[in-house]
Design a binder for this molecule. Structure first.
Ligand SMILES: Nc1nc2c(ncn2[C@@H]2O[C@H](COP(=O)(O)OP(=O)(O)O)[C@@H](O)[C@H]2O)c(=O)[nH]1
Ligand SMILES: [Mg+2]
Length: 365
């Protein structure tokens, strides 16, 4: 095992030197800042940082670090449990790396809890890093600024979220809104909730059209909601039929289009859907995304449905999500306004117009 101590002006500089001398696999064992008085007098205090790092070439070779760090653990181990030791080492490394990452961003100890809170709630650490940088440089310009706190961050984050709900109806002709998104995201249920909002609460002329000819029962699901609300439901199997149905609904205030529940991995699907929807001059497209989705799955969905031109993002299943960083990450990455949030399975109750304050509250509380 090679051990290296590096002293530099900042954590990022020190980490850079550790990486260049020991490589990407180096483990950070400790970090500390060293304060000193440059001119030995009453002048300003300066600080340097010190990082001690190690590179484990051969995990079976005992090293001085084992004596100071890991030997305490090995004392109560009956045999040489190499796997366990490696696991503990990597745990120590990952814990330190989190702190380390934050420090390399120039964060003070006081900010680490906020950093960890946001990252722990699913906000992408690179997004957090960029935020800290922007706020930091803005705050530095203000004289006598007390520094960055949680409330600063919350305000900053709120400013990065756009919300454009509810759906605004056009005066000349029906507003056509299509919900697209992966299977099971909640498109059909949300269409029914929206139809109820317009038909029952606002007394508007509403129609529902489904392009979902693939899933058994998709039609029945919408048809039964339609019957309850006295809202017509049609099914279009192709472009021509969709055009004919849309003509029939010329007199409506809003036409809500439900789409196929096919996998977002089906590459030809978006092209086919775009071709059907293009018979209407303008369709407002809402990407329906579950708040419980994994970050990488959500990213793939945005990519997959992007060719359709996504106007709004509608997050469902907020009642089932454990943390809400995904909402913020999507907002920052795609800069597409949110329209609605859904919060349960009940039709029509569990839907609300998206609000920035709600996202912030969900992330911080
Ligand atoms: N917990 C919860 N379940 C929901 C919500 N929205 C839809 N669902 C459920 O998710 C499942 C799939 O919904 P569905 O509308 O058929 O999804 P689609 O395939 O996108 O049309 C159903 O069991 C719905 O009741 C929501 O906001 N919260
Ligand atoms: Mg459906």
């Amino acid at each position: 095992m090679r051990i290296k101590k590096v002293i530099a002006n900042s954590y990022s500089e020190a980490l850079g030197r550790v990486k260049s001398e020991l490589g990407e696999n180096a483990m950070v064992l400790s970090t500390r800042s060293i304060k000193f008085n440059r001119d030995q007098g009453a002048g300003e205090c300066s600080s340097l940082v010190e990082i001690t790092a190690a590179l484990d070439n051969d995990p079976h070779v005992e090293s001085p670090v084992n004596e100071t760090k890991v030997s305490d653990t090995t004392k109560w181990m009956p045999d040489n449990q190499g796997g366990d030791i490696r696991e503990i080492r990597s745990m120590i490394a990952s814990l330190l790396t989190q702190t380390d990452k934050a420090k390399s961003l120039g964060l003070s100890e006081a900010l680490l809890p906020v950093y960890e809170k946001l990252v722990g709630r699913g906000v992408d650490d690179r997004v957090v890093a960029r935020m800290f940088e922007s706020i930091h440089s803005r705050e530095q310009r203000k004289e006598g600024s007390p520094g960055i706190g949680e409330s600063h961050l919350a305000e900053f984050m709120k400013g990065a979220i756009q919300c454009e709900g509810p759906i605004r109806l056009d005066s000349g002709g029906p507003k056509v809104v299509a919900l697209v998104g992966p299977t099971g995201a909640g498109k059909t249920t949300t269409i029914a909730k929206l139809a109820a909002r317009f038909a029952l609460q606002q007394n508007k002329k509403v129609a529902m059209v489904t392009l979902d000819t693939y899933r058994m029962g998709a039609w029945e699901q919408l048809e039964s909601y339609g019957e309850l609300m006295r809202v017509p439901v049609s099914m279009a199997v192709d472009r021509n039929e969709f055009a004919r149905i849309m003509k029939e609904h010329r007199d409506k205030d809003v036409v809500l289009v439900d789409t196929m529940g096919k996998s977002h991995r089906d590459l030809g699907y978006c092209k086919q859907l775009a071709s059907v929807l293009s018979v209407v001059p303008h369709v407002e497209t809402h990407l329906v995304q579950s708040a419980t989705a994994h970050e990488s799955v959500a990213a793939e969905c945005f990519k997959q449905f992007a060719p359709l031109g996504i106007d709004r993002v509608l997050f469902t299943k907020l009642d089932e999500a454990v943390h809400f960083g995904l909402l913020f990450n999507c907002s920052v990455r795609h800069r597409i306004p949110f329209s609605y949030f859904t919060t349960g399975q009940r039709v029509p109750e569990d839907i609300e117009v998206a609000a920035r304050e709600k996202v912030i509250r969900l992330i911080f509380n």
